[in-house]
Ligand binder design. Structure first.
Ligand SMILES: Cc1ncc(COP(=O)(O)O)c(C=O)c1O
Length: 461
C-alpha cells in the first residue's frame, strides 16, 4: 500500500536525521557498489516501493557528501532544515510547476522572493525568481545586465548588436566564484573579456583598480557593462562593500551585480552589517537559501531591483502559454519553463520556522562558531590563522606541514570530521566553512583534534 510505504519512508527520514551525528561524516563508496550504481539497474519488470526505501538505506544514505553531519566543514553546504524536509515531501505531492498557470505555489514564490529581498536589505522595488542555486542566479542576473545594457544603447538585436557584443567587458574580483566566469561564457563573453580585478590586503575588490580598468577599457573602445562583486567571497569570506562599486558602475553606465550566494543576507548580523553599506542601490543580487538558511538543496534566488529587466531578458511568450501580461508567470523571469514548486515551499517553510529573528540568530551562530575556531587556532603554537572573514570561513595552516592536501584527505577518510583545502595566494591551505545549525564548539574541537593528531602522523620526525 502506498500509504504504508510513505509512512515508513517518513519514519526512516526522521530516524536518519536523528542518527546522522552518530555515524561517520562520510565513508568511502565501495568499488563494487560504485560499479553497480554506474551500470544502472532497471529491470524488465517493475519492483516494489519498499525496495526503494531499502535501496536508499543500503546504497545511498551510508555514503553522503557529509554535509548533514555537524563535523562537516568543507565547502558551503548545509544540512537540511527540518521545515524543508517536511515541505519537500508535501510540495512533491502537490507537484505544481512554478513555470506556468496561476496557482498558489506561484504566488507563494512571489512572496518568498519579497521576503528574501527584505532580509537582504534590497530596495523595495526588488523582485526576482528562485533558481537551482547560485550559479544559475549569477547567470540570470548577468543575462539581464547584458540585455539592459543593449537596451540603453537602443540596439538589442541586429548587426549593431552583433558588432558591439564582441566588445563587452565584465569585471569581477580575484576572489569571485568560478560560476561568474562560467555565466559570462554562457552569455558569450569569453574569459579574455572578464577582467579580474586585484584585491586589497583585506581581500576585497580594489575599487581604484576597478575604476582604472574600466576607464582604460573605455578608452580602448571596449564596452564595460557589468561589475560582479562579492558579498561573501568563497575562498576567504571577504565582503565587497557595495556603495563604492555602485558609484563606479553609475559613473560608467554599468550594472552592479553582487554575488551573495552565501553572504547575501549577512546584513542581518549587526557585526557584519556596516560592510553592506549601499546594498539597497545595487542592480541585482544572488542569494542561495540552500547554503546559509539550510533550505534543502536546489534553492537559490536571483533578485533584481528593477524586475522588468529580468523579464525583458527572459519574458519570451508563445501562443500555447497564455500568461497574463500584467501578472507574468515565473518562467518569464528565468530560463526554465517547468520549474519545481518545492523551492518556494521549502524556502517558505524554513523562513516560517525561523522568523526574521531566527535568521539573524542562525547567521550569528555560524559567526560564533567561526570565532571559536579562529580563537583555538590562534592559541595553538602549531597552527597559523590566515586573514579571513568576516563571514564564517576560516583559513589556516599547520606549521611545518608538507602537504595540506594529504592532511585533508587523511581526515576525510577517517570520517570523524571533514574539511577541504583552498588556494591561498598560491599556497594550498586548510579552509573550514561553517553553515550548519547543528555544529557546536565540541565539533570544532573534534576537527582540531583530528588535524593535530593526523598532522603529527604525517610529519616526519
Ligand atoms: C560566492 C558563490 N557564488 C556562487 C556559488 C555557486 O552556487 P551554487 O553551488 O548554488 O550553484 C557559490 C558556491 O559555493 C559561491 O560560494
Amino acid at each position: 500500500m502506498f500509504r504504508d510505504e510513505l509512512v515508513s519512508s517518513a519514519q526512516w527520514a526522521a530516524d536518519y536525521l536523528e542518527q546522522v551525528e552518530r555515524g561517520p561524516v562520510t565513508r568511502q563508496l565501495p568499488g563494487e557498489l560504485r560499479r553497480r550504481l554506474h551500470a544502472g539497474g532497471m529491470g524488465e519488470e517493475g519492483g516494489h516501493l519498499f525496495e526503494v526505501l531499502d535501496f536508499a538505506e543500503e546504497s545511498l544514505a551510508p555514503y553522503p557528501t557529509g554535509n548533514g553531519h555537524p563535523a562537516f566543514f568543507a565547502w558551503i553546504n548545509s544540512p537540511p532544515s527540518p521545515a524543508g524536509v517536511v515541505a519537500e515531501l508535501l510540495a512533491t505531492a502537490i507537484n505544481a510547476t512554478c513555470g506556468m498557470g496561476e496557482h498558489a505555489l506561484m504566488d507563494l514564490e512571489r512572496g518568498v522572493i519579497a521576503d528574501l529581498a527584505r532580509l537582504a536589505g534590497l530596495a523595495e522595488s526588488t523582485s526576482g525568481v528562485l533558481t537551482s542555486g547560485g550559479s544559475m542566479a549569477n547567470l540570470l542576473c548577468l543575462a539581464a545586465a547584458r540585455h539592459w545594457f543593449f537596451e540603453q544603447r537602443g540596439a538589442s538585436d541586429g548587426p549593431e548588436y552583433d558588432a558591439a557584443h564582441s566588445r563587452l567587458i565584465a569585471y569581477c574580483g580575484a576572489q569571485a566564484h568560478m560560476s561568474v566566469a562560467k555565466a559570462c561564457a554562457v552569455i558569450g563573453i569569453p574569459r579574455s573579456r572578464v577582467r579580474v580585478i586585484p584585491t586589497t590586503p583585506d581581500r576585497c575588490m580594489d575599487v581604484t583598480a576597478l575604476a582604472d580598468a574600466v576607464r582604460a577599457d573605455r578608452e580602448a573602445g571596449l564596452l564595460p557593462f557589468c561589475v560582479v562583486s562579492n558579498l561573501g567571497s568563497t575562498p576567504t569570506g571577504a565582503i565587497d562593500t557595495p556603495a563604492p562599486i555602485t558609484a563606479v558602475c553609475r559613473e560608467h553606465g554599468m550594472w552592479h551585480h553582487a554575488d551573495g550566494a552565501w553572504g547575501g543576507l549577512g546584513i542581518q548580523v549587526p557585526k557584519w552589517a556596516p560592510a553592506y553599506q549601499g546594498i539597497d542601490e545595487i542592480d541585482s543580487l544572488t542569494v542561495d537559501p540552500h547554503k546559509t538558511l539550510s533550505v534543502p538543496v536546489g534553492c537559490g534566488a536571483a533578485l533584481v531591483t528593477d524586475p522588468t529587466r529580468l523579464r525583458a531578458a527572459f519574458g519570451f511568450r508563445a501562443s500555447y502559454l497564455d500568461s497574463d501580461e500584467h501578472l507574468p508567470w515565473m518562467s518569464e523571469y528565468t530560463f526554465e519553463l517547468t520549474r519545481p514548486g518545492t523551492r518556494a515551499f521549502t524556502l517558505w517553510a524554513t523562513l516560517h520556522q525561523l522568523g526574521r529573528s531566527g535568521v539573524a540568530t542562525l547567521l550569528d551562530h555560524y559567526d560564533r562558531m567561526a570565532d571559536h575556531l579562529r580563537a583555538r587556532i590562534t592559541d595553538h603554537p602549531d597552527l597559523e590563522l590566515l586573514p579571513c572573514g568576516p563571514l564564517p570561513v576560516v583559513c589556516f595552516r599547520v606549521r611545518d606541514l608538507t602537504s595540506h592536501t594529504a592532511l585533508a584527505e587523511a581526515i576525510q577518510s577517517q570520517g570523524r570530521a571533514y574539511l577541504a583545502t583552498v588556494d591561498y595566494n598560491g599556497e594550498t591551505v586548510l579552509r573550514a566553512c561553517i553553515c550548519n545549525h547543528r555544529t557546536t564548539p565540541t565539533h570544532i574541537d573534534t576537527l582540531l583534534h583530528e588535524i593535530l593528531t593526523t598532522a603529527r602522523q604525517l610529519t616526519p620526525r
